[in-house]
Design a protein around this ligand. Structure first.
Ligand code: ZN
Length: 187
């Protein structure tokens, strides 16, 4: 009987995934319309500027019950006006699915919101582990000066509901006030 190598490798120092099957995607300033508070500022910025990218191991067909997915996200440092670069954020399409995030490198804030629009936030720092309960929307902001790297593991039937966030947004924003991150309730 043969003992074989895994088809995927995960570098625990950099977060990098490698292997033939890894799928990569990225978002630029131009892809993030109506996400930031200052849309006028965003539209005046270089639309090709990278904000974040994701590497993802498609271990199952999307939608498969009982499977897990694994990925690493990289968010660049930067701001749109006084608001930190961040991910679009999502609920899971299947609301009854949770997720783990853990921080590898950099400084960030995980913004969480329940279905009644109550927000709370947790700091991401190297080694911090975050359990995202089912039915919670989640978004990550880079509050540091280097690339923020975190990995995630989530059920393969979770799916992504971005539209609910595009329609209503999160009820709070992570803003840079006097050089410090603050969680500010939306007016
Ligand atoms: Zn998720």
């Amino acid at each position: 009987m043969n003992i074989i190598d895994s088809e995927i490798f995960f570098d625990s120092i950099t977060g990098k995934l490698s292997g033939n099957k890894i799928i990569k995607s990225s978002k630029t300033i131009g892809d993030l319309k109506n996400i930031f508070k200052d849309e006028k500022e965003r539209s005046a910025m270089n639309q090709k500027q990278f904000v974040y990218r994701v590497e993802f191991y498609p271990s199952e067909k999307s939608g498969t019950c009982g499977g897990l997915f694994f990925g690493t996200s990289y968010i660049e440092p930067g701001k749109v006006g006084d608001e930190y670069f961040m991910t679009k954020g999502h609920f899971h399409a299947d609301r009854d699915t949770a997720e783990f995030y853990w921080c590898i490198k950099g400084k960030g804030v995980l913004l969480l919101m329940d279905e009644d629009c109550n927000c709370r936030a947790e700091y991401l720092k190297p080694g911090s582990l975050h359990y995202i309960n089912k039915r919670m929307a989640h978004r990550v902001c880079n509050i540091g000066e280097e690339t923020l790297v975190f990995s995630a593991c989530w059920p393969s039937n979770a799916g992504h509901d971005y539209n609910s966030i595009l329609e209503k947004g999160f009820s709070a924003r992570v803003m840079c006030i006097n050089d410090e991150p603050e969680l500010i309730k939306k007016d």
